[in-house]
Ligand binder design. Sequence first.
Ligand code: MF3
Ligand code: CO
Length: 237
Amino acid sequence: MREAGRIVAVTLLELQDKIRPGITTAELDTVAERTAHALGAIPAFKGYHGYPASLCISLNDEVVHGIPNPTRVLKEGDVVSLDFGVIYQGFVGDAAITVGVGKISPEAEKLLKVTREALYAGIQQARAGRHLQEVSRAVQEHAERNGFAVVRQYVGHGVGRRMHEQPQVPNFVTPQRGPILRPGMTFAIEPMLNTGSEETRVRPDNWTVVTVDGGLSAHFEHTIAVTNGDPVILTLP
Ligand code: MF3
Ligand code: CO
């Protein structure tokens, strides 16, 4: 899983380097697919429940699951979330980052910073003996303390030989405390934060999730492992 995660992270760095006004989301999808293949991995999203691409690219008010498109051209000021996963020797890595194209608004800058921080606050709680709910609580508290809304309709998940395994990893506190964390558990924490309402809907393409009010959305994700000590982030280069 560490190797799968490394391939995902290296690919996201490669994509981040290519983000500029004028590039299309379909071109980024091609870069992701080629990079993964060159590193000996299989893109995990392509064909998953019929998803038509290797990468999810979600711009501005799009929350997650945006489909790459040759007519979709990045422009200065866009907020771009890149979500990528691979299968390497039977194991999955899954991660996401959100970046700006050129100069973005101060509100967008803050949203990206707080969403990334919320992910890391959650990761810090992924320790043996704690309930999974402590991860969710840390993410939610950091988001709401900074004035952003936590998306409820999509959550993180266990990761292993399959991309989506038990348990669900909500970014908000639910009545369930969740399982007690044990060394060796691996899961994806993936906060999606909105500047406006938390409410989302799915576009008629049946994939792209957007905010109902048109507010901006950001998404950061790591696959992590619980150990006897500090949590280990598997999706680092
Ligand atoms: N990375 C997404 C997740 O974290 C999965 C993308 S959905 C797919 O769950 F269908 F496009 F694969
Ligand atoms: Co995920």
